[in-house]
Design a protein around this ligand. Structure first.
Ligand code: NAI
Length: 258
């Protein structure tokens, strides 16, 4: 029998960008901890999303899948309402949807900048705002933002990405301060390099180059798996974390400890 303070039994969670990668692992992990989980992503990832929904149902939890583009404010608001109607409430929001674009600062275009900031930072804010609109009348909830270790240390060629994730941490603190009186805690996790489809698509280095980089920068000596982030997210989403708010929980294989 597990520690009851970490149980999510009877809770309803929504995870953005959960068709694959970290979002899929967190959705399934929250279900393992007892939550019913609404999964959501952009329509082009519907097949992956349906697979995650099936996995959660095989874990004997309820799941619903929604098209949710975090750039679409109308869709954000309507999805919060649909999740609440379909699953009976909304207790946990995980703001995971995010994109990465790498280029030297001198070559970043306005389109790159807007896409990264709008998805990672603006999307996180408006999903949180819409979720709080449901959670406040319910008496509270948990918001877990997926930031990055690159919120607190620089990554070369990632001006927009690092700015977006630093912004997410700052936003986490502001919302934590404003919403604790409503019973909502707002925290963030800061993953280090984690093997996901998005990371692999963006990383064009060969195995030797990668290993040389990990040897210098990553005390763990390897990339993490998405599942290694589940415990942190479950804790922040759990009853145990009622007094933990505005916190960035870095899970980065020692990257920022150097
Ligand atoms: P991924 O690219 O494998 O998965 C991201 C998911 O977000 C995809 O399913 C994608 O369709 C979805 N998404 C993208 N734009 C969206 C939008 N506008 N609306 C809704 N969904 C959208 O990426 P990964 O690696 O799983 O990343 C997930 C989160 O973790 C991101 O916020 C990323 O910045 C963060 N992160 C990832 C790290 C890594 O090393 N993989 C390290 C630190 C943070």
């Amino acid at each position: 029998m597990g520690y009851a303070g970490l149980s999510l039994e009877g809770k309803v969670a929504l995870v953005t960008g959960s068709a694959r990668g970290i979002g899929a692992a967190l959705a399934s992990g929250l279900a393992e901890a007892g939550a019913d989980v609404a999964v959501s992503d952009i329509p082009s990832n519907r097949a992956g999303l349906n697979e995650v929904k099936k996995r959660i149902e095989a874990q004997r939890r309820r799941s619903m899948a929604y098209d949710l583009n975090v750039l679409d404010l109308e869709q954000i608001r309507s999805t919060m309402g649909r999740v609440t109607a379909d699953l009976g409430g909304l207790d946990i929001l995980v703001n995971n949807a995010g994109i990465r674009r790498r280029s030297p600062a001198l070559e970043v275009t306005e389109e790159d900048w807007d896409a990264v900031i709008d998805t990672n930072l603006k999307g996180t804010f408006f999903c949180s705002q819409a979720a709080a609109g449901v959670m406040i009348p319910q008496g509270g909830g948990r918001i877990v933002n997926v930031a990055s270790q690159l919120a607190v240390v620089a990554g070369e060629n990632r001006a927009a990405y690092c700015s977006s994730k630093g912004g997410v941490v700052s936003l986490t603190q502001v919302l934590a301060l404003e919403w604790l009186r409503h019973g909502i805690t707002v925290n963030a996790i800061g993953p280090g390099p984690t093997e996901t489809p998005g990371l692999l698509e963006a990383d064009t280095r060969d195995a030797d180059e990668l290993q040389a980089d990990l040897a210098v920068n990553m005390p763990l000596g390897r990339r993490m798996s998405p599942e290694e982030l589940v415990g942190a997210a479950v804790y922040l989403a759990s009853p145990s974390a009622a007094a933990t708010t505005g916190h960035l929980l870095i899970v980065d294989g020692g990257w920022t400890a150097r």
